[in-house]
Design a protein around this ligand. Sequence first.
Ligand code: CP
Length: 323
Amino acid sequence: MKQFTSVYDVENIDELLKTALEIKANPFAQQEVGKNKTIGLIFFNPSLRTRLSSIKAAYNLGANAWVLNAGADSWTLEMADGAVMNGDSQEHIKEAIQVMSAYCDVLGVRTFPKLVDRDEDYNEIMFNKVKELSSVPVVSLESATLHPLQSFADLITIAEKVNYNPIEKPAKKVKVVMTWAPHPRRLPQAVPNSFAQWFSKVDWVDFTVVQPKGYELDPKFTEGATISYDQDEALKDADFVYAKNWSSYENYGQANEGDKDWEVTMDKMNLTNNGKFMHCLPVRRNVVVSDEVLDSDHSIVIDEATNRIYSAQTVFHEILKNK
Ligand code: CP
């Protein structure tokens, strides 16, 4: 693997999943791969899971890790080409990324969308700038439009719960429903775009996306999925319910704050096939999902967060093994 920025950097999803399950079963067995290697992690936005699981993944592989909160821990960075830097910015991203990539063998980067200009966000201006300037392979720790390490962890989690076996795939397709859920703030589309991009490609999954009208994702990510606007109908017989808020793609960045009816409650979970509840976290309790669901045996959110270690470890392993 040369980089990890989307599912398209994965040659074979089944093979990557198999490797992840092997790594999880024996997480310290590949320490030669990370020996004398350094993973650099740059965050332009906050994180709990991605930061800590990536550090843990590096240590499991026998590698070192450093973390930089860009702007907060470093000089204030200038992003604009040709800028006359006589204001607050002290260092240009051109030097900063070249220097940081000289200090590591793999560079993980988190950027977020501004949710103002769709073209700017969907062209991944910031993330691509880092990628172009880096002298080492880049791993997405979430970009403006995608969060592939999260989606891979979600796939590992579902595979574990259905006792996935790559030789003998599930006889009946596993029904996975990604449902829009309420939230008081405008959120990016990165997690749902990425989840849809991955799960539309998993041949043992029957994948549905359900959302209010006007909240459809960019169709390039949901191609092959069943699209629904009726949450109760979509949740019927679901094996997995993946809840997430996202702002509108069509009316770019617009939020639908008040739709309390879309909260995932126990009544909704009772429509499923004793389904498991999933969320990438952080989650707003009693807004996105009720306490009753999150504190019940339906919830597998901690399994997902735990598997963030193994998704990152597998990706770092695949990049470092040929270096
Ligand atoms: N799910 C996730 O990426 O969590 P963090 O934003 O805390 O890293």
